[in-house]
Design a protein around this ligand. Structure first.
Ligand code: GLN
Length: 495
């Protein structure tokens, strides 16, 4: 199929199926058509710019684009257009890709079901057997759903605590969160800087890898982007003969964390997990039980650290410097006047306000020691748990933190992405069965540990035959810091 045909089909799907995936879809006609035609010529000549030359890639609406608005699904930015492109957008465009529109999300990335959006909830293109609308996961639900509904070739999302992996698991797509610091965050609206990563969603791991190869570069505009020398150090530390052979043919040691085997796992998720392990064993790999004892504290740690950083990041939305300004008196002599509080009161949705209040509290003088500082300590323990079980030592760890090799170490960890299958949207909204904010936080229990430790993780869809029909569940592969290629390789084996 020509690239033009493929692109036109995607755009037609954007208008034909209303899953509320896009806040700003691609216009049916525009300069993009010529760019795809040029890419078709290059393809025919056998000289494509890259694997994504002429392909449509949708972009989560918290990643800045010059040509289309960037709203973060918030009332406070509903008319905002950035004067510049994020580095990742420039990198994709330089590789010939076309921005396929801006996808819906939970406001500022805060949520797990893409229902906290100023523009209404995202619907999962998959329905349950009774035809009910399901959650697409969040916060990159629009990105995942746009891939699942063939409205683009692939998508960029962001993953702070699971926002790429959970929607991938719920929509039956592949979602990859690389090691922290590999992909530039310049021009990506910050939620919680120490956790935020740009992630990639696609139909297959191979598609995701192609895009990762384009974005995996140092960016001097992002102070947390890994320098070229750190990248070389990581490569060197993973290229000892023993470790390098894992990428070719050596049998892998697969870790199964016993703490993830909770009774709340839905049967289809449990079956998909078991099936994946059997499949890997059949390919000659060995499966070993490992312990990550601090996992049980990871979720509460995340929900202290992330809102704390968010409360600071969101202080800049005051109606003066960015976005929508509330009507009304602007100060009347008081230090912060009405302008700030009116703008923020009207502009932010309830979940964002909840996080700001939570974060402001945990950073306040009386609470900081018990909450924020304590959470930083636990975060370190979660990182040490992972370092203790991986064969590869953390490539950037200080020498004193060097690990002692243990014969029980593993190369990757395999676990579910989410404890259950996607809930019905009506259950998330209805008053009687209303799922509380806390219930939504629990959905992230298996994704936040890798986020706290900055590790690469991918969610791949695994099909299980259920009682009625085939069901899908997301299975997650987590690797040591910098071991992104191995994580992608194991993801591919599970597809
Ligand atoms: N669900 C998590 C949260 O609400 C993760 C969000 C994300 O990764 N952006 O914070």
């Amino acid at each position: 199929m020509s690239l033009l045909r493929e692109a036109e089909r995607c755009v037609a799907n954007q208008y034909a199926h209303n899953f509320n995936t896009f806040i700003t879809p691609l216009s049916r006609a525009g300069p993009w058509l010529d760019r795809v035609k040029e890419a078709d010529v290059r393809k025919e000549e056998g000289k494509p710019k890259s694997a994504v030359d002429g392909r449509l890639i949708s972009i989560k609406d918290n990643i800045c684009t010059r040509d289309l608005p960037t709203t973060c699904a918030s009332g406070i930015l509903d008319k905002f257009t950035s004067p510049f492109n994020a580095t990742v957008v420039d990198q994709l465009e330089a590789a010939g890709a076309i921005v396929a529109g801006k996808t819906n999300l939970d406001e500022f990335g805060m949520g797990s079901h893409s229902i906290n959006s100023h523009f209404g909830p995202v619907k999962n293109p998959r329905r349950d057997s009774s035809g009910e609308d399901l959650s697409a996961g969040g916060s990159s639900g629009g990105s995942a759903a746009s891939v699942a509904a063939n409205q683009c070739y692939a998508s960029l999302g962001t993953d702070t605590g699971g926002s790429v992996r959970l929607p991938a698991a719920y929509t039956g797509t592949v979602g990859f969160k690389p090691s922290y610091g590999l992909i530039s965050r310049w021009g990506v609206v910050a939620y919680a800087n120490s956790l935020d990563t740009v992630g990639i969603l696609g139909k297959t791991t191979a598609n995701v890898r192609d895009i990762f190869d384009i974005l995996n570069q140092h960016d001097q505009r992002d102070p947390t982007s890994l320098s070229t020398s750190s990248r070389s150090r990581i490569q060197a530390s993973l290229q000892t003969p023993q470790l390098a052979s894992r990428l070719t043919s050596a049998p892998l040691r697969i870790g199964v964390p016993m703490e993830y085997n909770v009774s709340e796992l839905t049967p289809s998720v449990r079956r998909a997990w078991a099936l994946s392990l059997t499949h890997l064993r059949e390919q000659g790999h060995t499966v070993h039980s490992v312990s990550l004892p601090d996992t049980k504290h990871a979720l509460s740690t995340y929900y202290v650290v992330a809102p704390a950083e968010a409360s600071s990041n969101l202080a800049k939305y005051d109606g003066v410097r960015y976005g929508t300004r509330a009507e009304g008196p602007d100060g009347d002599g008081k230090p912060d006047g009405y302008l700030f509080s009116n703008t923020r009161g009207q502009g932010f949705g309830p979940e964002v306000k909840r996080r700001i209040v939570l974060g402001t509290f945990t950073l306040s003088a009386d609470a900081i020691d018990n909450y924020f500082i304590q959470a930083q300590r636990v975060r370190r323990l979660v990182q040490q748990d992972f370092n203790a079980v991986f064969t590869a030592k953390h490539p950037l760890a200080l020498q004193s933190a060097d690990k002692i090799a243990n014969e029980n170490d593993v190369d990757v960890i395999i676990c579910p992405t989410a404890p259950s299958s996607p809930p019905q949207l009506s259950d998330l909204k209805s008053k009687s069965t209303k799922i509380s904010p806390l219930d939504a936080y629990v959905t992230d229990v298996f994704t936040v540990p890798a986020s706290l430790a900055g590790l690469p993780a991918i969610s791949v869809p695994v099909t299980v035959s259920g009682e009625k029909d085939a069901e899908l569940a997301g299975i997650q592969v987590i690797g040591q810091y910098g071991d992104d290629q191995l994580v992608l390789k194991v993801g591919e084996m599970l597809e």
